[in-house]
Design a protein around this ligand. Sequence first.
Ligand code: SF4
Length: 561
Amino acid sequence: MKADLVLLHPPSIFDFRERPILWGPINDLVPSTPVFEMYPLGFVSIASTLEQHGYRVRIVNIALKMLRDPGFNPAEYLSRMQAEAFGIDLHWLPHVHGAINLARVCKEVHPEVPVIFGGLSSSYFHRELLSEVPQVDYVLRGDSTEVPFVKLMEVIEGRGDAEEVPNLSYREGDRLRVNPLSHVPESIDCFNLDYEYIFRSFVRSKNLDMLPFLDFIEHPIMAVLTRKGCECNCTACGGSSYAYARICNRHGVAFRSPEKVVEDILAVQEFQVPAFILGDLAIGGERYGRRILEMLRRERVDIPLIFEAFLPFSRGFMREISRSVDDFTIEMSPDSGVEEVRRKIGRNYSNAALRDMLEKAFSCGCRQFDLYFSVGLGGQSEESIHATLKLAEQLMEEHRGRRLLPFISPYAPFLDPGSIAYEHPERCGFVKFAESMMDHYRILDTGVSWKDFLSYRTTHLSREDIVRLSYQAALRLAELKAEAGIIDLDSLEEIRHRIEVSQDMIRVVEAHRRGECSEVKMRESLMELRERVMIDRRELDWSKGLKFRRIVALLRKLITA
Ligand code: SF4
């Protein structure tokens, strides 16, 4: 296996197959498993850009391979590879354990091959990465590393000087060198998101190394990028305007042009899978979104589209969506049903505005509306979680017979580095248990249950409270959904059973910690729970009904490949 660059995606915890771990519900609302095997979209844009410059690039989803094959040995596999460089993503901080250990394996089997890190967490912790992890040679910082990557590959081939590579941090002898973070493109039209890359790689290699996540074949979905950066400043978000300025030197949102966005959606349509449009199309002025919708209308797009709404849409914009797209879902995260808590976390809209948004959406033909609520927000109390459930109940009642799907889950395992809450936890209602990158590494290295993995508590809720209330709230919400006919009684029983087992597991882990339960017994108990804990997986499947069309589309592609 020969390539110039091999991009490797690590699991969140590298030795997850050997250790007893109670993952809990931390992945319930994302397509991947708790190992977080979904690699960042940046892999595809980096691979496409480097291929345009004549480099052979391979994406290998190591996390996925470890999940699919219990006998898969990353060291043995990587030792058979011939590469000029390895690239590892450390974008989302919960990958810190997997990413660092994967770098160690790369160096163990190929000591001479450089290891490059990238992603938002790498950018934030670039100095610590280079000083604490000798296996990491380079860190490419920022949100757009396609062009710097081409320049770095030239340096690795001996055709350039590391000092000239923008956004690069590296070691020179004992010294740490940090080049200016100067490559911050104002538009993101400069690269192509080559959706066929995965398909071509499959045809070429005849394996599924580069699948984005385990469930992709059964429940596929593809993301369409509209921007980098965000206009908003939600306090705990590492993708906020505040965090982008700190980490990526980005002081304004970089948009993908409406033409390119529509081109991307049409490329996704070729595969007949749903497209998730990343970024609120109406925020910061509706002109941009309206232009995209107008073009979609002309193109008669026929796949399900999922839109994000950071703030409620205007009636006019909602009508525009309904005129342009037949099958659409809206996702919104009010996070709390209590306006004061919502405002504190940076979402400034009332429950009346939320109600108005729901009414507009359903009257305009929205197929499904997903509402996300969280447990473990800054400023949240037990009472405010009960109030949130009350609001969810009322909304389901007001929209009986419509597909309004509220979800509730723990906020996140870690506070996002670079977010306002990370920098000023006390101001935002949090108490942090981890500061440095290696603190987070150790949490994942030594923890057993998802309670151990929480890197924070809130001023009102301990980690125990967050766990207890997450289970309670999820069960209550499942009961409300069953009453409203959104899920059937079998699904409710299944969720109830999984929550009970998961709560038992927490008790087993605590008993083991007190020396009252053996390691073997704990291990056996933890194996019982592998499925998502708090939701019925089918609720988040937007690809229903597309299976036959998708098979035909893929066959057509295979014939023409
Ligand atoms: S959570 Fe808030 S700040 Fe973060 S991307 Fe969404 S709207 Fe922007």
